[in-house]
Design a protein around this ligand. Structure first.
Ligand code: NAD
Length: 257
């Protein structure tokens, strides 16, 4: 098993990428701490992980709050003895996120509180735990929009993911000699609730699809497999990477039809 003896904490673990990753991680032998604000879905996820034969626990934490971030790491160590994989994956894409003129300050602030401060706080409390374990892997979910910008305006979200990407690179450099790797996982557009809620008309969906050489949205499980690689020792020489899993979206200016 690729994650035997590992203990993983996954924020946003109750849905989408986080949930699929939790399932793959337990199949590969990791003990998993599922962190979310959606308690019903979080508990349901943990029940599913246990049915798969995994060891898992749910912790309610709003990643934008320091006390919650500190507590989720404390629970991981108290329950499973250590923390070796930190997947800072929770993120939001606000329905009212738009261009600079139309995006309100409260939308901007909430997006940054969860998407950027959440990753920073995860690292603030998670890194000391990884040190205590002798090292580990941090995966921060950014997005392809951190590199390209989005076809449908979502300025706060895109900017927040740019911050996650640059934060990940600096963290990678800081902690490289401590046996702590930090990589930014950059998914392309996926068929998860987060994006479909935002691309809520056929016109918006087609506008995004035309940019994807593969001509389809990705699946959360396809990102989870990339997270597995970054979490495992198979990626032992990979740190500070911009790890794109995007159906080719960044290799094409436009799709040949
Ligand atoms: P999702 O909405 O299915 O899952 C996100 C989870 O995060 C939810 O369970 C939600 O309850 C949780 N969450 C929200 N706010 C939280 C908070 N403050 N504290 C703790 N948990 C919180 O979305 P997803 O598509 O699985 O997205 C996961 C990550 O992937 C996000 O960071 C997102 O920005 C990123 N991403 C998604 C796509 C896509 O197309 N879906 C593309 C690129 C990047």
């Amino acid at each position: 098993m690729r994650l035997a003896e590992q203990v993983a904490l996954i924020t946003g673990g109750a849905s989408g990428i986080g949930r699929e990753t939790a399932k793959i991680f337990v199949r590969e032998g990791a003990k998993v701490v599922v962190v979310d604000v959606n308690d019903a879905a979080g508990e349901e996820t943990v029940a599913e992980l246990r049915e798969l034969g995994g060891k898992a626990v749910y912790v309610h934490a709003d990643v934008s709050k320091a006390a919650d971030a500190e507590n989720m790491v404390r629970v991981a160590e108290a329950t499973f003895g250590k923390l070796t994989i930190l997947f800072n994956n929770a993120g939001i894409s606000h329905i009212d996120d738009d261009d600079a003129v139309h995006t309100e300050e409260d939308v901007w602030d909430l997006t940054f509180a969860i998407n950027v401060r959440g990753v920073y706080l995860g690292c603030k409390y998670g890194i000391p735990a990884l040190r205590r374990a002798g090292g580990g892997s941090i995966i921060n979910t950014a997005s392809f929009v951190a590199i390209l910008g989005a076809a449908t305006p979502q300025l706060a979200y895109t900017s927040s993911k740019g911050a996650v990407l640059s934060m990940s690179k600096e963290l990678a450099a800081i902690h490289a000699r401590e046996n702590i790797r930090v990589n930014a996982l950059c998914p392309g557009p996926l068929k998860t609730e987060l994006l479909m809620k935002f691309l809520n008309t056929e016109e918006r969906r087609q506008r995004r699809l035309v940019h994807i050489p593969m001509g389809r949205f990705g699946e959360a499980a396809e990102i989870a497999n990339a997270a597995l690689f970054l979490a495992s020792s198979e990626s032992s020489f990979v740190t500070g990477a911009t790890f794109l899993v995007d159906g080719g979206i960044t290799c094409a200016y436009t799709t040949p039809l």
